[in-house]
Design a protein around this ligand. Structure first.
Ligand code: ZN
Length: 546
């Protein structure tokens, strides 16, 4: 195998350097597994994952199988490592271990580890996970926190160092046996997130951060909250296979406790009962997230409610998962400001007179910066969104024209930020871009109740009312493209975006999902970054003592 200018020789072991290695190894090893099955037919279990085998049964059967593996394995390339093999019995008596080699590890109390997961008492399971986490997590978290680029650190935390680290454990060990480890792990992850943010989280912000991005969160799921769902779905998913291995039907005595635990986290309509056998962790987790968002929305102020509703709009979250490349790269200041605004974490110490307009109140969360009329920020924000849309329309070869003049005869009005000739059915399209803020006074009450209230109201009452009829008189189509300051957009845009994504992906022979991700991330990142800049340009002078 080549690694840069180095050559890694493929000389020993199963996997090294050859992707076919594991398959060939299993093929050869199957001879041995079959021989054990034929010669020791009464073993309860003779299961293998690569070179990791489990033999369960009566002492004499296990001993017989063990002798076959030990004596015949080497001819097939399987050499037993005595110090890594375990003899396990729950009988507390060592008589059953008598005829085995003294080097083998002996376990009397039934606490064991199979394929990287613990089986046995609560203490054993908790200790096993703690030991795993304590050995690696502190260093990993420390490296993440000190990477020097918050957006990158966050994405590495989200994708590589948080929930995914616990998935194997919570899918294989009943949640009540590892609840403390999960709690400790979740606290560690959230503490790292707080350090990246530079602020502590309130209970509500903490809850929001642990929601999925589709529910307005940032996707840092709690391993504790999702542990019952993970175990339940894993059990039912693997049940048919387990029944094949054991050649009998399998009943899990813990299931009712896990159902109870899961049911406490979802709405009554979604409760599991004795006849349920869910196999999708994603479905169960979505139910938990939806219920958590509903509880959260009930528990917060009207302003936070409007913010949460707006954050949960389709594609609003695109900036959170965007990779830090080219224009989607956030500076640390931009990222932390956007994240604080998203989660309702204070950005200022107190409400105060806005340093820019000197006439309105800058609230602690920086929401005023979205509507502050001075410094040209609103125009810049509008133009950035318009330019991105223009760029995609150009990529689709639609021949768009920016700010086309004299669309209405005898008038200098510009109802089209982007004019698209022959958009459909021989008609031209006028795309009119605007950004509005759902948490401003005039919208906040309705925006807290209705998804997309502010962008749709603005599209109807300000844009369409003024221009639509007149555009139709010119024989053209009119599209108000109104974005909320958290990234959601007005109801007519999805059809336009779908057509745009289709055209761009056809032209460049790209997958639609790639173009779609590209479009939504570009828009979302540009919007969030421009608002972050509006907020930070209104920061008070920072006194730096020498
Ligand atoms: Zn202002």
């Amino acid at each position: 195998m080549f690694f840069g200018s180095n050559i890694i020789p493929s000389e020993a072991g199963v996997q090294q350097g050859d992707p076919l290695g594991p398959f060939l190894f299993c093929l050869v090893l199957q001879v041995l597994v079959n021989k054990v099955r034929t010669c020791v037919p009464n073993l309860s279990l003779n299961n293998w994952y690569m070179d990791d085998g489990s033999l369960f049964g009566k002492v004499e059967d296990v001993l017989k199988a063990w002798a076959i593996i030990r004596d015949e394995g080497p001819n097939l390339g399987l050499f037993v490592n005595l110090s890594k093999c375990e003899l396990i019995s729950s009988s507390q008596a060592d008589a059953c271990f008598e005829n085995f080699e003294p080097e083998l590890i002996r376990i009397w109390n039934g606490d064991m580890t199979i394929l990287g997961s613990a089986i046995g008492s609560k203490q054993h399971c908790e200790n096993w996970i703690s030991q795993k986490l304590d050995s690696k997590m502190p260093l990993l978290i420390n490296k993440l926190e000190n990477l020097g680029h918050s957006q990158s650190s966050f994405l590495l935390l989200l994708y590589c160092a948080s929930f995914c680290k616990m998935v194997w454990y919570i899918r294989t060990i009943p949640s009540f046996l590892i609840s403390q480890s999960c709690e400790r792990f979740d606290a560690l992850i959230m503490n790292c997130f707080e350090n990246l943010l530079g602020s502590g989280l309130s209970k509500q912000s903490y809850m929001q951060a642990s929601l999925g991005t589709k529910n307005g969160g940032v996707g840092l799921r709690s391993s504790k909250s999702h542990s019952a769902a993970a175990y339940i779905s894993s059990f039912f998913k693997s049940k048919p296979l387990v029944q094949t291995f054991l050649a009998k039907s399998v009943v899990n005595p813990h299931m009712h406790i896990l159902f109870e635990s899961f049911n406490s986290l979802v709405s009554a309509d979604d409760h599991l009962n004795s006849s349920s056998c869910p196999t999708s962790q994603k479905c169960l987790s979505n139910l938990i997230n939806t219920h958590s968002l509903n509880l959260l929305v009930e528990d917060v102020s009207i302003l936070d409610k409007a913010r949460l509703v707006s954050c949960s709009m389709p594609h609003a979250n695109a900036w959170i998962r965007a990779l830090p490349a080219f224009r989607n790269k956030f500076s640390c200041l931009e990222w932390s400001t956007c994240m604080k605004r998203w989660l309702g974490v204070p950005i200022f110490n107190q409400d105060h007179l806005c340093a820019a307009c000197q006439s309105q109140v800058m609230d602690t969360f920086g929401h005023h910066a979205c509507v502050c009329p001075v410094k040209g920020d609103r125009i810049k924000r509008h133009n950035i969104i318009r330019d991105i849309l223009f760029e995609f329309c150009s990529a689709a070869a639609w021949g768009p024209v920016k700010e086309k003049l004299f669309l209405f005869p005898g008038s200098s009005e510009r109802p089209a930020d982007i004019f698209i000739p022959n958009y459909s059915g021989g008609k031209n399209l006028f795309v009119d871009v605007a950004v509005t803020c759902p948490v401003q006074h005039k919208y906040v009450v309705d925006a807290a109740q209705t998804l997309g209230y502010s962008c749709n109201d603005y599209a109807d009452e300000v844009k369409s009312k003024n221009f639509e009829a007149r555009v139709h008189e010119e024989g053209a189509l009119y599209l108000p493209a109104v974005f909320e300051s958290f990234g959601g957009f007005s109801r007519d845009l999805p059809i336009f975006f779908s057509k745009l994504i289709n055209s761009v992906s056809l032209r460049y022979d790209d997958l639609r999902c790639i173009t779609s991700k590209h479009l939504y991330e570009s828009l979302s990142c540009a919007l969030m970054k421009s608002i972050a800049r509006s907020i930070t340009s209104r920061f008070p002078e920072y006194f730096r003592s020498v």
